[in-house]
Every structure is written in structure tokens, then in C-alpha cells.
Design a protein around this ligand. Structure first.
Ligand SMILES: Nc1ncnc2c1ncn2[C@@H]1O[C@H](COP(=O)(O)OP(=O)(O)OP(=O)(O)O)[C@@H](O)[C@H]1O
Ligand SMILES: [Mg+2]
Length: 262
């Protein structure tokens, strides 16, 4: 690694989908401990970039390095095991389970106990189970969902389901967490809860790469911002810089950015 604060780096990444260039020669890096937001208008290539980083899509060209190692060609599962975990643009919780069971199941998927251990229920398994239940409780507390723990996930509001979705990603104990539009469809009070949560995640030592359309949220939580437009990187820098970048304003932000500054 050229710089040991660099967790993830993309170099010259290109993604062609059905004759269209969805990501066009994009290079940027994510530093340890920061919240980096990837923004841009609909169709700019943000989700495609996430797909490449998390191993759901192979780039047509370019390099992706995680903790200094090339990860192009690794499966999503192997990349997740290296500490890069993503939440999806759409909600994905187990609707038929309670909120607590959702988190517990996600924690179990990370647990060390194999099937045999679980069947024989040794003392070590019981101790581990108790530890996981405690962790599930802590996770729900961090998401302000303790009061809903015993309700079915399907009975949660849309915003609460999104929060729970992030909780499931956190259960995988990421070192780098990718969030794709976590605040989409949330009401203002849920959005503000989310903002605090993203900061707390960062403060707990997890680096965050965020895709989000809510400019208030982006400008207030991000340490740095990368702007894509038509698949190309058009600007990168601190929020104050991005808000004043004439190319960014012209390219797409316009009135949305001015509202965020107001
Ligand atoms: N599976 C696919 N098949 C065909 N075209 C695709 C596919 N996935 C993405 N694209 C195209 O690639 C481009 C980038 O899409 P992408 O979903 O990455 O944008 P985005 O920045 O995430 O947009 P949004 O803000 O709407 O989520 C778009 O032109 C899109 O239509
Ligand atoms: Mg998208």
C-alpha cells in the first residue's frame, strides 16, 4: 500500500454494461476512519461502483484494492470476509422474524460455532449464544430499536426497516461499510437519527462509504465527497469545496445544493 491510511482504492475503473459505459475511468480512495460520500444524479454510476467494489460485478478495466490487495475477481462473499460489507439500496430484512431474531441470525452467521457444535450444544456454544444475544441487544440499542425488539420486522415502519438493514450489515463486523441510499424514503426525524447513527458508526472505528441523495445529510456527515456524473468523476474534496465547485453546481446539483447550504 502506498499510504497505510488508504483502506480502499479504485484506479481507472471502467464498467461497460450492454454497450453503455456506466463507470468511466474512475479513480479515488477511501481513507481509514472517514465518511466518504459518493454522490451524483440518477444513473451517474454510483450503485455500479458499489457493485464493483463489493464483488457483485467485475469491472471491464481498472484495479480495486482493499487493504492493499487486489480484489478484482474475488467473490462478494470473500470480500465481505475481508471486512467490506454493504447494505443494499432496497430493504432486505427477514420479514417473518422478529427484530431481535433478525439481528441474532445475522450475528450467528458470523459466529464460530459449526452445525455440529450447535447440535450438541456444548458449554462453549451456550456461552457463545449468551454473548451473541447480548451483542444483539447492544446493536438494537445503538439503532434505537430496543422497544421494537420483539415485533415482527414486517411490522416496522419503512424507516425502521432501513435502520434494521444497517444493523444486519453491522452484525457482520465490517471494517469498511458501504451504505447505498440509507436515507431514501425516510421522514425528517428518521433521517436525523440516521445521520447520528452514521457518525456513531464512524466514531466506533468503522470507515463508511456512503451513497446518498439527501444533500443536507451528505454535507453534514461527510469528511470528503466524490462526485460522479455520467460515469465520470467530476470532483472530489471536502463538503465546503464541493458546494462551491462550479462544475459540480453546473453538472447537476444546482438548486438542490443551494437548498442544502441555506
Ligand atoms: N444491470 C444493468 N443493465 C443495464 N444497464 C444498467 C444496469 N445497471 C446499471 N445500468 C446503467 O448504468 C448506469 C449507471 O447506473 P447506476 O445504477 O450505477 O446509477 P446510480 O448512480 O446508482 O443511480 P441512482 O441514483 O438512480 O441509484 C445507468 O445508465 C444505468 O441505466
Ligand atoms: Mg443507485
Amino acid at each position: 500500500m502506498n499510504d497505510d491510511t488508504e483502506l480502499l482504492s479504485l484506479t481507472g475503473v471502467v464498467v461497460r454494461i450492454a454497450g453503455l459505459v456506466a463507470v468511466d475511468d474512475v479513480s479515488f480512495s477511501v481513507r481509514r476512519g472517514e465518511i466518504l460520500s459518493l454522490i451524483g444524479p440518477n444513473g451517474a454510476g454510483k450503485t455500479t461502483t458499489f457493485n464493483v467494489i463489493s464483488g457483485y460485478m467485475r469491472p471491464s478495466a481498472g484495479r480495486v484494492r482493499l487493504f492493499g490487495e487486489d480484489i478484482v475477481g474475488l467473490s462478494a462473499d470473500r470480500i465481505a470476509r475481508r471486512g467490506l460489507v454493504r447494505s443494499f439500496q432496497r430493504t432486505s430484512v427477514f420479514a417473518g422474524c422478529t427484530v431481535f431474531e433478525n439481528v441474532l441470525t445475522a450475528l450467528h452467521l458470523q459466529g464460530r460455532t459449526g452445525v455440529w457444535g450447535a447440535l450438541t450444544r456444548t458449554r462453549r456454544v451456550r456461552t457463545e449464544e449468551a454473548a451473541l444475544r447480548r451483542q444483539a441487544g447492544e446493536l438494537l440499542e445503538g439503532l434505537s430499536l430496543t422497544g421494537r425488539a420483539d415485533e415482527l420486522a414486517s411490522s416496522l415502519s419503512y424507516g425502521e426497516q432501513r435502520l434494521l438493514g444497517v444493523g444486519l450489515a453491522l452484525a457482520a463486523r465490517p471494517r469498511l461499510l458501504l451504505l447505498d441510499e440509507p436515507a431514501a424514503g425516510l421522514n425528517p426525524s428518521e433521517t436525523s437519527l440516521f445521520k447520528d447513527m452514521v457518525r456513531r458508526i464512524r466514531d466506533s472505528g468503522i470507515t463508511v462509504l456512503l451513497v446518498e441523495h439527501d444533500m443536507h445529510m451528505v454535507m453534514s456527515v461527510s469528511d470528503r465527497i466524490v462526485v460522479l456524473n455520467h460515469g465520470r468523476l467530476v470532483a472530489s474534496g471536502a463538503p465546503a469545496q464541493i458546494q462551491q465547485d462550479p462544475e459540480v453546481i453546473r453538472a447537476y446539483l444546482g438548486s438542490g445544493l443551494r437548498r442544502a447550504q441555506a
